[in-house]
Write a protein that binds this ligand. Structure first.
Ligand SMILES: [Zn+2]
Length: 99
């Protein structure tokens, strides 16, 4: 039997910023152009045409939902949105310190 286990990976933040759909409680958002109300099953943004390579979550995840997403879009990289925000925060802090 398969189970969902989160793992740690290094990603290029710019790559995520320009290719992520963020799934929220009520609607989904394109992180690239911030268009909202996108179908969470969309493969690309209807407005800016960005292809979604990543999916982040602003809501609590349910395993049946994850399973469905993985079945429908096996290539989609599912990321923890809080992790992403933390990494962005670190990048901003570095910029300020100029390291
Ligand atoms: Zn967009």
């Amino acid at each position: 039997m398969k189970g969902f286990i989160r793992q740690w990976n290094e990603f290029e933040l710019k790559d995520i910023e320009s290719g992520m759909i963020v799934v929220g409680e009520l609607s989904s958002e394109c992180y690239n152009c911030h268009e909202v109300g996108i179908d969470k099953k969309a493969r690309a943004c209807p407005k800016c045409k960005t292809f979604f390579k990543y999916m982040g979550f602003r809501r609590k995840l349910q395993i049946p939902f994850l399973k469905k997403i993985k079945e429908e879009h096996p290539s989609l990289i599912l990321i923890d949105f809080d992790d992403f925000k933390k990494a962005l925060g670190q990048r901003e802090a570095r910029k300020l310190l100029d390291i």
